[in-house]
Design a protein around this ligand. Structure first.
Ligand code: SF4
Ligand code: SF4
Length: 406
């Protein structure tokens, strides 16, 4: 098992520095996880069409089917893989290996709710929650310590902070259900230092609000003082909120909370990015980079028809002039990615194995210890897409049945 980084930094004079081209006015990105909240969670209206990513999923509907809100569309085949549900009524118009397109109708019919809260604590409850789209990996099996990760996941995203402020009823219901399943002796809410948020039944602990301290493994170490303790489980405040909403409503998860231009919105899953941009009147130039997720872990989208997924907590538009393009340039062995990596793996090495499709070698050198924090890619002087190579290798191994199951 690879550990968490405590490496000493080299003195600046020993680090290999490449000049930044004059025409690139570098994006001034900060590592702070503090954000100002501007309002309540605002609703994004349902789009005319939903675009659901179904690659590597098992389809549960087909072209031409009429669906209600909450109907199951697809499931991940892995043991903890969740179910994907329709966020609006409509008709399945197109299905291919990558996407399912649904033309939305005006109907508001939803699936029948399930009485989740009165279920026992056994496997039936877990299976039911999984079927309703809940991320059940942190809920399976008991633990002595349950940590709720209430940190904003990345700089510029304030979804966690907003949920802590506005999600009281659902967080309480989610925690009740989580504690019923995990039966922890100690429950901790980890928040940014200075944040006064609280959830009844959990002690609040402050964690340094600087990325990557919001990563689960680093939050666990900050709270317990241990690396990967076997008696500890961690659940994000977003997942706890979803669990609470499922518990209260009995309905599946069909939306996500996203930070867009500094404000938080409830977005139906599968909403195309172009619908968000039009609704919020956000202009995008043809050379801009649109990123789903955060500035470190997010991925630039190749089409504005791309639909929003449950784990997308942010949308960013980055002008091309502010960021040097990622490219398949050779590694110059500067070592910066190794210094940055909080998982203490060698990103330059595992990404090169991935690039040449030697996935088993990548796995042997710590591929699965990577947290996908994105710091290696962000700081690579050659602008190599290290995180993308790492994700590619993980996806290929998973598809071939050899990788770690989600
Ligand atoms: S994304 Fe890169 S820096 Fe982050 S844990 Fe993985 S290899 Fe390390
Ligand atoms: S991958 Fe990038 S940051 Fe890492 S050693 Fe190579 S050039 Fe340096």
């Amino acid at each position: 098992m690879y550990g968490l980084s405590r490496r000493k930094r080299w003195p600046v004079r020993r680090r290999f520095l490449l000049p930044v081209p004059r025409e690139v006015d570098m994006l001034k990105i900060h590592y702070s996880l503090d954000s100002e909240l501007h309002n309540e969670i605002l609703e994004i209206p349902a789009p005319a069409e939903l675009n659901i990513q179904v690659r590597n999923l098992v389809l549960r509907t087909k072209k031409g089917a009429l669906i209600n809100k909450g109907d199951i569309l697809a499931e991940a085949p892995s043991p903890f893989g969740g179910a994907y549900h329709a966020s609006a009524c409509g008709k399945v118009m197109k299905v291919n290996y990558h996407h399912m397109t649904i033309k939305c109708s005006d109907s508001e019919t939803s699936v029948e709710p399930l009485d989740v809260q009165s279920m026992g604590t056994g496997k039936e409850l877990l299976r039911t929650l999984q079927g309703l789209g809940v991320h059940v990996a942190p809920l399976s099996g008991r633990a002595d310590v349950l940590i709720i990760n209430g940190m904003n996941p990345e700089p510029g995203i304030s979804a966690a902070q907003q949920i802590l402020k506005d999600g009281g009823e659902y967080l309480k219901a989610g925690l009740e259900l989580a504690r019923k399943l995990i039966t922890p002796g100690r429950t901790v809410l980890a928040v940014a230092k200075g944040d006064k948020s609280a959830i009844p039944g959990a002690e609040t602990v402050g964690v340094k609000a600087k990325y990557p301290s919001s990563l689960d493994a680093l939050v666990v170490r900050a709270v317990t003082g241990k690396e990967f303790p076997s008696d500890t489980k961690v659940i994000s405040v977003m997942d706890l909120y979803d669990l609470g909403r499922v518990a209260v409503s009995g309905q599946p998860i069909t939306d996500t909370i996203m930070t867009i231009a500094g404000r938080n919105y409830r977005v139906p899953l599968g909403t195309p990015i172009k619908h968000l941009l039009q609704t919020l009147d956000l202009p995008v130039a043809s050379t801009d980079i649109v990123v789903l997720g955060g500035p470190f872990q997010g991925e630039s989208v190749y089409s504005l028809d791309e639909g929003v997924k449950k784990t997308d907590y942010g949308l960013f538009i980055i002008p091309a002039s502010q960021f040097p393009a990622v490219q398949d340039a050779p590694c110059i062995n500067c070592g910066e990615c190794v210094l940055q990596c909080p998982a203490r793996v060698q990103p330059h090495l595992i990404s090169r194995y991935a690039e040449y499709e030697r996935f088993e070698q990548a796995e042997k050198h710590g591929l699965n210890s990577c947290f996908e924090c994105g710091l290696c890619s962000f700081n690579c002087f050659s602008r190599r897409p290290l995180l993308q190579y790492i994700r590619f290798a993980k996806a290929q191994l998973q598809a071939s049945g050899h990788g770690e199951q989600a």
